[in-house]
Design a protein around this ligand. Structure first.
Ligand SMILES: CC(C)(COP(=O)(O)OP(=O)(O)OC[C@H]1O[C@@H](n2cnc3c(N)ncnc32)[C@H](O)[C@@H]1OP(=O)(O)O)[C@@H](O)C(=O)NCCC(=O)NCCS
Length: 208
């Protein structure tokens, strides 16, 4: 009996539920799935296609090189404290973008980070990945999503504003804006961003 209670208290993460097949407006077919620890070499290839300016927007400073330990930490996610997903080109399997949400210690909030392959920006994928983490945060029962954005990062600030984030100045740093999306205002419906629940079955996405 005790063992059954303990089992039910383990936070359950079903990677299949967080897979998506989407088609962008330019007809690019994209597969979205949670990141896994064996994605390291794929992720390194992705990092080779990010401009220094985009790396600065994501990591808030210049990045010269990524150590194996750093890349390993980016792909090796503990899904009880974070969520991270990759968007893959369905034709060649390469990473087009990634998004992550780091949960606060009290599991009430999540801080997002997002980055796309530099030659794949402006096609609507960033928007879709942001919708995915909002969906995840609602499903997880979080109260808010937060994000730090460089003040000159207008595409990111625009997406945040359109998705309903409040945006404030960072009192500690005039070069940073703080975005916050209150999820309670949006309700806690447990639906994904297509408005329906999806399951994946034998590599096919099924609407239920
Ligand atoms: C910021 C970033 C993630 C945005 O992703 P993106 O794919 O380039 O952006 P999108 O194409 O999805 O969205 C951009 C535009 O579409 C709008 N948009 C996209 N889909 C939309 C939709 N379905 N409905 C309404 N608006 C939409 C956005 O508001 C924005 O408007 P605009 O194109 O008319 O100016 C990406 O540019 C990036 O990786 N930048 C470098 C790293 C970075 O800045 N990370 C953020 C750190 S905080």
């Amino acid at each position: 009996m005790g063992a059954i209670i303990a089992q039910s208290q383990i936070p359950y993460f079903d990677p299949q539920f967080w897979t998506r097949h989407i088609v962008l407006k330019d007809q690019t077919r994209v597969f979205i799935r949670p990141i896994a620890s064996d994605d390291e070499s794929l992720f390194r290839e992705f990092l080779d296609h990010i401009t220094p300016e985009d790396l600065r927007k994501r990591f808030f400073g210049p990045v010269k090189e990524f150590s194996p330990a750093f890349v390993s930490a980016l792909v090796d996610i503990d899904y009880s404290t974070a969520f991270a997903a990759l968007a893959l080109d369905e034709i060649n399997g390469l990473i087009l973008g990634g998004v992550r949400l780091m949960l606060s210690e009290d599991q009430q909030a999540g801080e997002y980070a997002i980055m796309l392959r530099s030659d794949f920006k402006g096609r609507g994928l960033g928007w879709q990945l942001m919708r995915l983490i909002i969906d995840y945060a609602k499903d997880k029962g979080l109260k808010r999503i937060e994000g730090r954005v460089l003040a000159q990062n207008y595409p990111m600030l625009e997406i945040c504003a359109e998705l309903g984030f409040g945006i404030k100045l960072d009192p500690q740093d005039p070069g940073i804006r703080l975005g916050c999306l209150e999820l309670r205002q949006l309700g806690l419906e447990r639906k994904n961003f297509f408005g329906v629940r999806h399951i994946s079955f034998q590599n096919r996405s099924v609407v239920v």
